[in-house]
Design a protein around this ligand. Structure first.
Ligand code: CAA
Length: 282
């Protein structure tokens, strides 16, 4: 595996491109507009500067890594030589299905098609391609250059060989991959989102305030961020959509999103990206 195409240059896509380029892979970064690609490259450069400032990499390594990234606004051009495609587009089912139909058409028949989805069924995505055995989930965590986990999700038809290839590749990126099966929320979000939802219920029911809830979890459970701050960081709309996947997928009322979360999303208070969620960001 040498040539990696990454679809989407947003927070997750640019983080994934960053990590592959830094580990010697040739990266084709693809997005629909050149200004999105420029913004993605600027973020990678800024995040590499943090690593240079910490002495984790040299300024020369930064430049060599950046030089491994090419950008494309044409998906067809960007995936034509890919050994692996990692899709990190917006978390929208019909968009992802459409992208995977195109990936199947334009990428080499041998290439593996991975998705960074946090909640959409890998099995469903794989089913729109003619190579479901070569479709897999590769779920990175934000911030990608920092977080060690890759949740590797096997769809119903994903082959053992493809799973082992992606597990090995993740280790080559200095990550610790964990293999899981394709059920709603996989493991990460099946456990994380009910915790976040319960924190929101605690606020909604007046058990404690925002900073009190977060302080309990930070100081009491050694979490780097409290659940409400983490929800803002992930995006409240993303949290809501994952909870709905869990609720629909299992049909269990324990996953029902807190009405306060629903109201906040409907009012446009989506966390860091909109400037306000449980906290204000200016
Ligand atoms: N790129 C490169 N380096 C970065 C970075 C980035 N984007 N962001 C932070 N860093 C580095 C910093 O330079 C710093 O490096 P050193 O340890 O060498 O000093 C280190 O990471 C810590 O950063 P900061 O000092 O700025 O801040 P912090 O100590 O508060 O840590 C954090 C920031 C790593 C984000 C930490 O708060 C944290 O771990 N938060 C929880 C993150 C988390 O839970 N992520 C998962 C979200 S869920 C998800 O992604 C999946 C989903 O499906 C919803």
């Amino acid at each position: 595996m040498k040539s990696i195409s990454v679809i989407g240059s947003g927070t997750m896509g640019n983080g994934i491109a960053h990590v592959f380029a830094q580990h010697g892979y040739t990266v084709s970064l693809i997005d629909i507009k050149s200004e999105f690609l420029e913004k993605g490259l600027a973020t990678i450069s800024k995040n590499m500067d943090r690593q240079v400032a910490k002495g984790a990499i040299s300024a020369e390594e930064k430049e060599t890594s950046l030089a491994r990234i090419s950008t494309f606004t044409s998906l067809e051009e960007g995936v034509k030589n890919a050994d692996l495609v990692v899709e990190a587009a917006t978390e929208n089912m019909s968009l992802k299905l459409d992208i995977f139909r195109q990936l199947d058409q334009f990428s080499p028949a041998k290439s593996i098609l991975a998705t960074n989805t946090s909640s959409i069924s890998i099995t469903k995505i794989a089913a729109v391609t003619k190579r479901p055995a070569q479709v897999i989930g590769m779920h990175f965590m934000n911030p990608v250059p920092v977080m060690k986990l890759v949740e590797v999700i096997r769809g119903y038809a994903t082959s053992d060989e493809v799973t082992q290839t992606i597990m090995g590749l993740s280790r080559n990126l200095s990550k610790d991959p964990v293999e899981v099966n394709d059920y709603p929320g996989f493991v990460a979000n099946r456990i994380l989102m009910p915790m976040i939802n319960e924190a929101i219920y605690s606020l909604y029911e007046g058990v404690a305030g925002v900073s009190e809830i977060d302080t309990v979890m930070k100081l009491g459970m050694a979490h780097p961020m409290g659940p409400l701050q983490l929800a803002d960081f992930i995006g409240l709309d993303v949290c809501l959509s994952i909870l709905r996947v869990l609720h629909d997928g299992f049909g269990n009322p324990k996953y029902a999103p807190c009405p306060l979360l629903v109201n906040m999303v409907e009012a446009g208070f989506k966390g860091v990206k909109t400037g306000e969620g449980f906290y204000q960001y200016t």
